[in-house]
Design a protein around this ligand. Structure first.
Ligand SMILES: Nc1ncnc2c1ncn2[C@@H]1O[C@H](COP(=O)(O)OP(=O)(O)OP(=O)(O)O)[C@@H](O)[C@H]1O
Length: 281
């Protein structure tokens, strides 16, 4: 039995999301294995971002359940939780397809904002911070250390005090990942992390994601169009087309699935062999 069936960190169960008459996601079920890198792939408009938006509290699904199984044995039904609790309690963090950093803030400040919840608690909701109580000071020191750790891990430490908006695109993408990691997630959801990266940056991203999985007990669910990234680092691949799952398995299984090839080439299943021969696959 596969790790994702045996030990799921996230279970998507019969998820449906309708926008008026449009079914963006229809009766979708799949698991994300604990400790796996899982890729959610599919042609444009297949429903990938909608799944992310449902799992991270941006959309309330029309139907279905999304269950987060934390390592401490707690279970959370994400479709019932507001987004700030999904991050704080269920320990799910995400990045966006279009980068959303605070451009006018420094890199370090961006990572401190991500730790707002523990800092607010340590400050007794501001009072402790204003009077400089020791509990707050120690929490603040820990938050700075954590921010510096992730800046180092993402190769951005030497720019810690510069504005985020001045970073090149690839660095901004890594800063978004560092910011998400500062919230201590057990599941990290990445929406097209390799988009716009050059081959060297893509290879560095692969190393970073492997390190996050292996050294920080964080499972990863990513949406990605770059097949070199997907095939190289994923343990598990789920393929969507028109809001439905058409394939689910190891990268090798999915790569050779005629339904997947047909969806990507935009041809019916029974014409796949002919088209493959034509394009030299
Ligand atoms: N807020 C919304 N209101 C109406 N329709 C939406 C909304 N969000 C998504 N859709 C529609 O749902 C379908 C799935 O979109 P979604 O963005 O989830 O696809 P995707 O697989 O992430 O695509 P891409 O790879 O292009 O990012 C599309 O037809 C899209 O137009």
């Amino acid at each position: 039995m596969s790790n994702w069936d045996n030990n799921p960190v996230l279970a998507i169960e019969h998820l449906t999301m309708r926008f008026g008459g449009l079914v963006a996601v229809g009766d979708l079920s799949f698991n994300v294995g604990r400790g796996d890198i899982t890729a959610l792939i599919g042609p444009n408009g297949a429903g990938k971002t909608t799944v992310f938006n449902c799992a991270t509290g941006f959309y309330k699904p029309t139907e279905g359940r999304i269950v987060m199984n934390r390592a401490n044995g707690e279970h959370y039904l994400l479709e019932r939780m507001p987004d700030f609790q999904i991050s704080a309690k269920a320990k799910v963090a995400r990045t966006f397809q279009n980068i959303r950093l605070f451009g006018g803030m420094t890199l370090l400040e961006n990572l401190m904002v991500a730790q707002h919840n523990p800092l607010m608690l340590a400050s007794n909701f501001t009072i402790g911070g204003v009077f400089g109580l020791s509990g707050f000071k120690s929490a603040e020191r820990k938050a700075v250390d954590k921010a510096r750790y992730w800046l180092d891990k993402t190769g951005l430490l030497d720019r810690a005090d510069g504005p985020a908006a001045d970073l090149p695109y690839g660095d901004q993408r890594r800063l978004e990942i560092a910011r998400a990691m500062c919230s201590g997630p057990e599941l990290l959801c990445l929406d097209e992390p390799a988009a716009g990266l050059n081959p060297k940056e893509s290879a560095e991203l692969n190393t970073l994601l492997n390190a996050i999985r292996d050294e920080h007990a964080t499972s990863i669910l990513l949406i990605e169009h770059d097949m070199s990234v997907v095939m190289e680092i994923s343990d598990h691949v789920v393929v969507l087309d028109y809001g439905e799952k058409i394939s689910d398995g190891t990268p090798e299984q999915v790569k050779n699935d005629p339904k997947v090839i047909a969806a990507y080439l935009g041809v019916p299943d029974d014409e796949v062999d002919d088209v493959e021969e034509e394009v030299g696959l």
